[in-house]
Ligand binder design. Sequence first.
Ligand code: SF4
Ligand code: SF4
Length: 321
Amino acid sequence: MSNEQNDVKVKALFGKEKNPSNIMPRKLTLDSTIKFRCHPGVSCFTACCGGIKIVLTPYDILILSKRLEIPAHEFLQLYTTPTYLENTDMPGVMIKMREEDNKCPFVTPDGCTVYTDRPSACRYYPVGMADFHEAGQKDENGSEISGGDDKFFFVVKEDYCKGHEEDKEWTVREWRADQGVDVRDEMNRDWLRLVMRRKSHGKQATLSEQGKRMFFMASTDLATFRRFIFESSFLDTYVVDPELVEKIKEDDIEMLHFSYRYLASSLFGVQDEGFKIKDERIQAKVSTMKQEQDQSVLQAVRQYEALKADIDDLTPGGKKK
Ligand code: SF4
Ligand code: SF4
């Protein structure tokens, strides 16, 4: 299947823009009911696990690489392929389908071999969530809108999916609890917001190559990001709560949330009182800038004086005296 075809079949991760023709035109709340059941007895069993784009979140990568007992970089190499997230220039990864049958590498005729640790997108299907707060919506004063009823759910209905013909009825709340989606929401929220924030900035703003590399590293390989924090001049540059420093040394979930905060601050200038650039670093930078400025002023003065001397040297007819 070509990439184009792959893009048609997407397990929604980011919200309601995917598969628009397959989205049921009904806004759901947590208490709305849906009829759906997926089990090995359905005729379409595992039909949704092939020829599909499944974008992985940082938490998905962390959990899957732990499940497979391999480091993240090896997981990325074996099971993923690069992609851009949500039509932005932000680099991410999606599951690499098997070459021989264009199916997910984790699917067998008996089902998903990583089911209890399956990616977020596989859990969200077929109930998507639109969270307009994620888009970084701003009020008329430019402040980000928070709270309010800006979240709803919707059902994605693919023709091949027979789960919709089953009799089992759930509220959206029950379905999401059954799929373990709430934990994923919590773990993915701030990362999804980074992507949606980038998207809301549009194509006129570009991310530097260095920014893209940092985003990719922090989003895909926490071990490498941890090395960056502890082995670069990072901790000499930023004021970070010592207790937090201790936590992120070992705790991957703390490190995950720390990486989101760092990316929000470094890529989008989000104010974060939790870690600021150290005063001495700012002073050193200001002093370097001042020295550079003094140098350029001196150079400009020298150039001016040289020019003036040349002009003074000229006779009224323009000839050298
Ligand atoms: S991870 Fe599991 S549920 Fe998701 S597509 Fe692959 S086999 Fe299917
Ligand atoms: S019922 Fe739907 S979700 Fe379940 S296996 Fe079939 S296509 Fe996939």
